[in-house]
Design a protein around this ligand. Sequence first.
Ligand code: AMP
Ligand code: SF4
Length: 472
Amino acid sequence: MYDIRGLNEECGIFGVWNHERASELTYIGLHSLQHRGQEGAGIVCANGEYLFGARGMGLLTEALSKDQLVSLREFPHAIGHVRYATTGGSELSNVQPFLFKSHRGDLGLAHNGNLVNAVRLREALEDDGAIFQTSSDSEVLAHLLRKNKSSDRKTRMKSALRQLKGAFAFVVLDEDSLTIALDDHGVRPLMLGKIDDSYCVASETCAFTATGAEYIRDIEPGELITLSDDGIDFDRYTDSEKPNMCSMEYIYFARADSEFRHTSTYTIRKSLGKQLAREMDVDADIVIGVPDSSLAAAKGFSEEAGIKQEQGLLKNRYVGRTFISAGQEARERAVRMKLSPVRDVVEGKRIIVIDDSIVRGTTSRFIVKALRKAGAKEVHMGVSSPPLKNPCFYGIDVSTHAEIIASQKSTEEIREEIDADSLTYLSVDAMHDVYHSYGSRGQCDACFTGNYPIEIIDQVLPQEKDLKTKGV
Ligand code: AMP
Ligand code: SF4
């Protein structure tokens, strides 16, 4: 699931309190969350007296050396982060967890999501004398916490969190506690687990499988959980609760084996594929999914439509971050290197290709062309999500309006541009039906509908914010 399109900003977090292998577990947890961010990684540990951390650029295995990991070994508490940044923010200072030192104590902080009032808060904090170390919106929380004079940690935390607007899943570590907080819309996933007698937290449950932890439950919107030597404390920082979990987590971002409310993403994607089959009236010889993220949807489609699924496209797993940055030409080259058709499977066939989403159209354009070149008789595109039309302000980069093809063109115009015989998207209603059937209490669908559930106060996209805060 490497991004070959350009910008991107989902992240993964992990934390564990009071375990003799805290840093090792965090490393393993982060490794399984690598699909959520490949641009930087770090771990910050605590031992009751002070905090100590290591971080670096690139994949986890590149970012942290063996020596660094050895130096973290003795600490019983840890938090970690993998980051997939915007181009503007690709620098070590923005790699999390952040580690702050002050005479009142140390603070480690890792964030997944994007705040929509960070620019405004930051300006006010700066005018009050704060000097920011990074261009990341996540640092705002540390300053708000430090500014509050209350001697009670939870009072400080609640008051700071109440000032934040947007999407946030936070893990905050100090010498004697690990705090876990999720925004009142619950936009980003955050899961509670237990390993041996210790609690842990992760963006996705695949991190629990990898570490051997037990998945307990999804953390609720507005929840505030504190782990300390006194045990676990469940609380809320706000009474407000407006569940609006990100639809794209189900569609594309989360790993297929990760679970939400104890249902795997695989199962949900398969149902999205089934719904699409009900809405797509096309006959074909075979169904093929775009590997890897669309294979589950293709399976569901195939079962519902009664058309057999074949592996008509292969993915080269080694196409990675090298291709993230540079322009459309590089993106096209990357898709070409990443996906290739299996001639024997597709030759002479009428094919339905299932992809989970179309952003710029680069992937679909290439796939249709490649399949025709390999001898396909007909190529029909089925997309297991509705037309993606709007940018995301809540921590996922799906580009700007200008780059998003469905924001500029009708379905028929897109079909023509990608040269498919037909193009069918899943309807918004069908998508929500699937989510409700798996117990969803509310989903954000703003990138499809334009109905943003949280007011965008800064009016700045995440990928633009880095530049703004740097004054570039
Ligand atoms: P595009 O080629 O620009 O149309 O992008 C669509 C492809 O990128 C699909 O195959 C998706 O699986 C994948 N995709 C969708 N959203 C994202 C995202 N935010 N980051 C990376 N890849 C994505
Ligand atoms: Fe997810 Fe789209 Fe909402 Fe962003 S706008 S949080 S990508 S559903």
